[in-house]
Design a binder for this molecule. Structure first.
Ligand code: MIG
Length: 801
């Protein structure tokens, strides 16, 4: 080999090693003193680094580390919703070699020299998670050349021992399989049209993951908005590490041991999804290019004529005048208010896209923002002028509270025109000049007075824009629930927005990513997710579209969407054979509304998502740890879609218990893998024994008819019992937050002759009026009974023979 070639190879090796090797970084010094404070300890280290360990709850510990300096006063994060935790009992024990902080649930053991942190189960003392090397920082600037902006920060990292049987979930939106073990991921919000599996990063940053080993789950939220890295045993089988290109080594440790408990705590900390209007669960139709208004009305008419349910039509960027946000193109949409009113009479709502790019042009939005000095500027004071759809544009500095308020208030324009929800796109923020962020490097954000640059603020841009939008809608229309959809995000986004997975392809590979992506988002605090049904880019076909609906008809966000140059993709475009199957699934979605809404409310209340990987419900069953071609809705429905062309049969894993084929009511024992037929008409679907699925007759749109009668389909477990707790409210207003809801628990057990159904007295003050409840046991063909359930929520007992 010649000399040059070997030098090049050596150079390449060094680059790839330094990018993923953290062993060469400077390690934090040993502990030299311990200072106790009300909620924890501050460790001072020999190198003058400081580690603050705070007990926020018995199962939630914060580790905050700064290197070579004292802890700054300022302690702020856009992700955190709750900083006010009730006091939790803890105590401190010190000896010459270690420091022990014990709560009722977790022990934090800090080895003094070298400084290594370990988290243990307080009852069993078993180690749940432990440092593999001391926390580290790039004191010598070894990685400097690979940083986005070396001036903005120093690389910091923590390393954890990787368990032989440890599995990893989370990190929000990743084009990757469910179990992240052995994966390496980067977080840097990026506009990545047509992404395929393993493209990374894509649009969102959720630096939160769940580890699962020996049935004990924990979570780690590395709350750092700089470009960040997560290595789950990719570069070394010794360790998991995470790091970022600046900021503090600031992470939260959650102890389960159940995944559900970790999710509840994570969403205690970063906030929960408020309930969107119930019609957000309705069917939605979009494509880039729906204009003029006549075409939109024709679309709605087709839906109604074809007896396909529809709640929402999305208007993409072509509704605007020259892509100016907060305008309508008056040739294409001369009377937007009239349009939304006409459509509204038929139950169809309009959602408009709103991009962050404001055209740099003499019009009211630009003029107002300029005058108020709300736009982003470079460090030299010049306006930052990215190129996006409107051409030369400006972005709002959403870290400014007054700018967020102004932005929110601008949405009066849409509400006055009858628009029902807002779709935020391009908010990575995407810039046609350069997608890496280089062109934005010296853009300064106010950032609570700290005046920081893009390296820190890029990943939170979408979060703050969504916040401005959500809070504006809430202010402008306090009696209605806001509905926002976003592409990019940072942790905490669930407080303000729902999301979709961006520019997918109309391919089977893209479709197969739906399940791991939706479930992973759910495991990252974002329950309201969906993907363009049929895929966004390229040309699909009837079979792909049907199989896509067979997943999305149960996804929270069910929207068919297509790029402007793509072949039309509405449900009827490939002929009646496919349209008829799609109709069947859309109607089934509407029939299942009471069940879906009940599961959605659970996600709102607990942080546990409705669209679930099996591991979430069966974390003690290793067969579920990497199962990502089937999913569950709530606790009760198991779905195993077809993800390849020409396939009409597949294997399905049924966890413990007993299961009923949804279509045939045939019963199966759990704990086995079975082969089932799946012709195009049929997506394999199973109901858990012990479940009761509440349904209604399908409707054209959500709210067309009241939920009357409600049918309770009872699927008995081996003991002959089943139960559910139906959740209902007005579906539109925020009154549910004040207790205006109804939760009706139903328990079924075997009686002397037949079955006894107990409809318990309902909880909450919402009164839907008297109506019919219809009880049936699908596996006992002729058993059913209808009762009148009283509007005041009284208990009823019913015998079913
Ligand atoms: O540069 O608004 O992901 O859903 O149709 C493309 C046009 C901008 C990207 C979104 C897509 C939307 C499209 N947008």
């Amino acid at each position: 080999m010649n000399k040059l070639a070997s030098i090049i190879i050596l150079l390449l090796l060094t680059i790839s090693v330094t990018a993923q090797d953290i062993t060469s970084l400077e390690k934090i010094g040993p502990v030299s003193s311990v200072q106790r404070f009300e909620r924890g300890v501050v460790l001072t280290c020999a190198d003058n680094s400081h580690v603050q360990i705070t007990v926020l709850a018995p199962d939630l510990i914060r580790v905050r580390t700064v290197f070579n300096k004292s802890l700054p006063q300022r302690d702020h994060s856009w992700a955190i919703a709750n900083t006010n935790w009730p006091a939790a009992r803890w105590n401190l024990r010190e000896d010459t070699s270690s420091i022990l902080i014990a709560t009722d649930e977790v022990e934090v053991v800090v080895n003094r020299s070298p400084l290594l942190i370990e988290f243990r189960d307080a009852r069993t003392h078993a180690v749940v998670n432990g440092d593999q090397q001391p926390m580290a920082y790039d004191a010598k600037g070894l990685r400097k050349d690979s940083l986005f902006d070396p001036k903005a920060g120093m690389f910091v990292a923590a390393a954890k021992r990787l368990g032989f049987d440890e599995h990893f979930y989370g990190l929000g939106e990743k084009a990757a399989r469910l179990d992240k073990r052995r994966g390496f991921f980067v977080n840097w919000n990026s506009d990545t049209p047509g992404y395929t599996e393993d493209k990374d990063p894509i649009y969102q940053t959720i630096p939160f993951y769940i580890g699962l080993q020996k049935n004990a789950a924990y979570g780690i939220f590395f709350d750092n908005s700089y470009k960040s890295y997560f290595d789950f045993g990719h570069s070394s089988q010794q360790r998991v590490w995470f790091g970022a290109e600046g900021g503090e080594l600031n992470y939260y440790f959650f102890y389960g041991p159940s995944i559900k408990k970790v999710l509840t705590r994570y969403t205690d900390l970063t906030g929960r999804m408020p309930l969107p209007p119930m019609w957000a669960l309705g069917n939605q139709q979009s494509r880039w290019g729906y204009y003029p208004d006549k075409m939109v009305e024709e679309l709605a008419r087709q839906y109604r004529d074809r007896d396909l349910p529809l709640d929402v039509i999305h208007l993409d960027i072509d509704y605007m005048l020259g892509y100016r946000v907060f305008t309508f193109n008056s040739e294409r949409f001369p009377d937007p208010k009239g349009l939304t009113e006409r459509l509204g009479r038929d139950g169809v709502k309009i959602i408009t896209i709103v991009d962050p790019g404001i055209k740099k042009d003499d019009y009211y939005v630009f003029n107002q923002g300029l005058e108020k000095n709300f736009f982003q500027r470079r460090s030299n004071g010049e306006l930052f002028v990215p190129k996006v759809w409107p051409g030369d544009s400006v972005f709002v500095d959403y870290t400014l509270p007054e700018a967020r308020k102004w932005w929110g208030d601008l949405h009066k324009f849409y509400l006055d025109n009858g628009v029902a929800g807002i779709w935020n796109d391009m908010n990575e923020p995407s810039d046609f000049v350069d997608q890496t962020g280089q062109n934005q490097k010296d853009v300064v954000s106010y950032d609570e007075g700290e005046k920081t640059t893009h390296a820190k603020n890029r990943n939170v841009f979408a979060l703050l824009m969504a916040r401005g939008t959500y809070e504006g809608l809430e202010r402008l229309r306090p009696d209605r629930r806001p509905y926002v959809i976003t592409r990019a995000a940072y942790a905490g986004i669930q407080r303000y927005s729902t999301m979709w997975t961006g520019d997918t392809n109309s391919t089977w590979d893209s479709l197969a990513l739906n399940i791991p992506m939706f479930t992973t988002l759910g495991l990252s605090g974002e329950p309201f997710v969906g993907s363009d049904v049929g895929g966004f880019m390229g040309r699909g076909n009837g079979e792909l579209l049907v199989r896509s609906y067979q997943i999305s008809f149960l996804a929270p966000f069910c929207r068919n969407h297509k790029e402007i140059s793509g072949y039309d993709q509405e449900p009827w475009r490939f002929g009646t054979y496919y349209e008829d199957i799609i109709r069947k699934y859309l109607k089934l979605r509407y029939a299942l509304l009471p069940f879906l809404y009940t599961s959605l409310e659970e996600a709102h209340r607990t942080g546990v998502p409705l669209f679930r990987p099996l591991v979430l419900n069966y974390q003690d069953d290793p067969n579920t740890y990497n199962l990502d071609d089937q999913f569950m809705i709530g606790d009760d429905l198991l779905v195993a879609p077809i993800l390849k062309p020409d396939v009409v049969r597949r294997l399905v894993y049924l966890p413990r218990g007993n299961w009923y084929d949804y279509w045939t009511n045939k019963q199966y024992k759990g704990g086995q893998t079975i082969a089932v037929d799946a012709p195009l008409e049929t997506v394999p679907m199973f109901v858990r024994g012990g479940a009761i699925i509440p349904t209604v007759a399908p409707m054209k749109y959500v709210g067309e008819k009241p939920f009357d009668p409600v049918t309770f389909s009872i699927y008995l477990d081996p003991n002959g019992t089943a139960s559910t707790a139906l959740y209902e409210d007005d579906g539109l207003s925020p009154a549910y937050k004040e207790g205006k809801f109804r939760r009706t628990r139903v328990d079924v057990r075997r009686g002397v002759r037949g079955f006894v159904i107990d409809v318990r007295a309902s909880e909450g003050s919402y009164n839907p009026g008297d109506r019919k409840f219809n009880f049936l046991i699908p596996s006992y063909e002729h058993v059913s009974k209808v009762i009148t359930a009283s509007g005041d929520g009284r208990a009823h007992q019913v015998e079913l023979k």
